[in-house]
Write a protein that binds this ligand. Structure first.
Ligand SMILES: [Zn+2]
Length: 502
């Protein structure tokens, strides 16, 4: 039924109600409605006080859905938690944002029941590195060097306004929630002034998603200048007003000694200042390193400078065995972005080598400007394909292991596995329900294989972040997808016009 038909029906029902109350035949539509509207003041009853909107707890965005008391019943639950495992015909009880119970039978009188029949319930996906602002440039990495990823990002990035950042990141949050990603690592590398950081954070806050916001440089940042360390310090001091009640944390998107091209080399005096500031402020550091062959040896350079300690290293496609050992010894974690590494021609991340070295590994989107979409199912499938293909072994990495990378292992790599990444009592309720009653999931085989090889974002029926339902029945609950996409499109058109881009 279209929206217009729905409105007509509603009006007609009101008319019939109004006519019955009047007991008069032949009233016109207008007079019946007028009468109905007029009835209220004529009744000699004091008007009921309007319920006051419940104020959001301090620091939380007021427009988010309320947390509730829910029990998901009769679902296939993949807890990704050792000791709980998979529970066929399982139940999950969530109250006020926390997982209270997971099991075969959970008795919760009074809770709102969510029917889980035909659904697979999983922890929400943990995304570990994403330049969310440039979702405004989706699909704009062209197929000639003039319009390649780095040039497009740099040229158009310089034309961004804070509002463009807001609309780009907002589009990214909508896509994340839609596809079952409940945690994002927003690697913000186009902060052109303090307003840009705030605009980005506003989009994250409004979405109600969990994440780390990593404060970085701007496109075209002077290599001889640090990022805005004074603003970073201010943000850290005022963080309570940005954290959305603790859903968002702050980190540093560090250029390190340079990006993936030697021409981006940052002088030592600068990278030392940035590194020291992050240490002083207690902020986790994330750095792109050895993504391309042109940047081989960067990880060894970071190790030599003592800067791998607890750092997140992104890509690491060309990490040598010694560098892998160094990352393990330093407590580093790794974020791989296989769909972007393949698309741009960096190569294939040696995920199995990282896992064999016992380094926490997370999966990432990187940028939809390059990879097109934020589809964790596709990323998982790509990881398994790369590992099995390179090893010429159908069994090199299991779907279950890959699913761990997208959930609990990814959470470990971001240092949040005590809160999320698996479904267990006491953890925060970040979970998704995948509808298997669809064409591409029509036979219930091995559930992990189904999730890694067959499922798609469109199958994500329900998404909960911190106990708030952000997607239900395949639709986002509090964000208007159509409007957000349209506004991003308008902003993209205006940006291209300003930049005289194609
Ligand atoms: Zn990146």
């Amino acid at each position: 039924m279209s929206g217009f038909d729905g409105r007509w029906d509603w009006t007609r029902r009101r008319l019939l109600t109004g006519a019955a109350a009047l007991g008069a035949a032949g009233v016109t539509l207008g007079s019946a409605l007028a009468q109905e509207e007029d009835e209220r003041p004529k009744r000699n009853k004091p008007a009921a006080p309007k319920p006051k909107p419940k104020a959001a707890p301090a620091g939380e965005h007021p427009g988010l859905p309320a947390r509730g008391n829910y029990v998901i019943r009769n679902a296939f639950v993949m807890s990704m938690e050792k000791g709980i495992g998979d529970v066929a015909d399982g139940h999950v009880h969530v109250r006020n944002g926390e997982i209270v119970a997971v099991g075969a039978k959970v008795d919760v009188p009074g809770a709102n029941v969510i029917d889980g029949r035909g659904m697979i319930v999983l922890p929400g996906f943990v995304e570990t590195h994403w330049h969310m602002w440039n979702s405004l440039l989706r699909g704009m990495s062209g197929e000639r060097p003039d319009y390649g990823y780095f040039r497009t990002t740099a040229q158009l990035g310089k034309e961004f306004t804070p509002d463009d950042i807001y609309k780009g990141t907002r589009l990214a949050t909508v896509e994340a929630i839609n596809s079952g990603i409940t945690f994002v690592h927003d690697w913000a590398h186009n902060i052109r002034s303090p307003d840009f950081a705030r605009a980005d954070l506003r989009a994250l806050k409004e979405a109600g998603i969990r994440g780390r916001f990593s404060y970085g440089p701007m496109q075209g940042h002077d290599l001889g200048q640090t990022i805005d360390l004074a603003d970073l310090e201010k943000l850290k001091k005022d963080w309570a007003q940005y954290s959305n009640g603790g859903l968002l944390t702050l980190g540093m998107a560090w250029r390190g000694h340079g990006g993936n091209q030697p021409s981006n080399a940052v002088p030592e005096a600068i990278w030392r200042l940035e590194f020291d500031a992050a240490q002083r402020l207690g902020l986790p550091i994330s750095v792109h390193s050895s993504g391309s062959k042109a940047a081989v040896g960067q990880i060894a350079g970071l190790d030599k400078a003592g800067m791998l300690k607890n750092a997140q290293v992104i890509h690491a496609v060309y990490a040598t065995p010694d560098e892998i050992k160094a990352m393990k010894a330093a407590g580093s974690t790794i974020s791989v972005a296989p769909t972007s590494e393949l698309r741009i021609g960096f190569g294939m991340p040696p995920v199995s080598a990282f896992l064999e070295a016992d380094i926490p590994v997370g999966l990432s989107v990187d940028t939809v400007e390059l990879v097109g979409n934020a589809d964790m199912f596709a990323i998982m499938k790509t990881v398994q394909g790369i590992e099995n293909g390179r090893a010429e072994n159908e069994y090199k990495i299991s779907a279950r292991r890959v699913l761990e990378l997208a959930t609990i292992e990814g959470a470990r790599s971001m240092g949040i596995d005590d809160k999320v990444g698996s479904l267990a009592p006491g953890k925060r309720a970040d979970l998704i329900m995948v509808n298997t009653k669809v064409a591409n999931l029509g036979v219930f085989g091995h559930p992990a294989v189904m999730m890694v090889t067959a499922a798609q974002p469109a199958n994500v029926d329900t998404v909960m972040v911190d106990g708030r339902i952000l997607k239900r029945g395949g639709k986002l609950t509090h964000l208007n997808v159509e409007r957000i996409a349209q506004e991003a499109n308008d902003a993209n058109a205006a940006l291209r016009k300003r930049a005289k881009w194609w």
